[in-house]
Design a protein. Structure first.
Length: 226
């Protein structure tokens, strides 16, 4: 099956290229009289990839040693005025630069071309970005950093965070928190109005929280102090 698909794709490429070549051949057919090198001709065509014959958009097309040229459109098509013997340069990001010389044996004032572009791998230099204007300022700021390398200092900071969490769990809910809790429950009731609310009996995450709380002894009854 895969081999048939590959054969079908290859057949489509051959048919596409054959049709384009036929159209270009018909467009360039004319009388046998050769035009002069100073005669302006309409140079047009399409730019395609070498591997898949897909159109290559936004290709820079220039006449060598001049600023005259154009850019291929979204479908790889281009058209501009040139002279016979002009050397055309095709360049695009990600593709190798291609060159083509317009023949000097034209018999009609127009010429068409199918230009094939081959992919090219670009190797760019390494770019290092610093959050400071200059490298010297970055080195000075890095050298002035006060990074505690004492295990005791890091342990104290971790203990402070743990103490905050323990105190937060023991703090009773205030008026704003109670109001927020009431609003959340009311919103949940309105959201599930007319339908069954989710049942946490089959929720594995709820069971995991329950088992963890049971192991931590949160369900133990505290004895009253006399």
């Amino acid at each position: 099956m895969q081999q048939k698909i590959l054969m079908y794709k290859s057949f489509r490429k051959i048919i596409r290229l054959s049709v384009i070549s036929f159209l270009l051949l018909v467009s360039t057919h004319g009388s046998s009289q050769v035009i002069s090198d100073t005669t302006l001709i309409q140079f047009s065509g399409i730019v395609v990839t070498a591997d898949s014959l897909k159109p290559v958009p936004f290709v820079n097309i220039l006449i060598k040693d001049s600023w005259h040229g154009t850019i291929s459109d979204l479908y790889g098509f281009f058209s501009f005025v040139a002279h016979p013997k002009d050397e055309i340069i095709f360049s695009a990001l990600g593709y190798k630069t291609a060159f083509y010389t317009i023949p000097d044996t034209l018999t009609v004032p127009h010429y068409s071309l199918i230009q094939v572009m081959r992919p090219d791998t670009l190797v760019m230099n390494e770019t290092v970005i610093y959050p400071w204007p200059t490298y010297e300022q970055f080195k000075q700021a890095f050298a002035d950093l006060n990074i505690p390398d004492d295990d005791l200092e890091r342990a104290k900071k971790n203990i402070n965070e743990i103490e905050k969490r323990v105190l937060y769990d023991d703090v009773a809910m205030g008026s704003s928190m109670n109001y927020r809790n009431y609003i959340d429950k009311r919103v949940s009731q309105l959201y599930y109005a007319g339908q069954m609310q989710p049942n946490n009996l089959l929720n594995p995450f709820a069971w995991a929280q329950f088992i963890k709380a049971w192991r931590d002894g949160k369900f133990k009854v505290k004895k009253r102090e006399d």
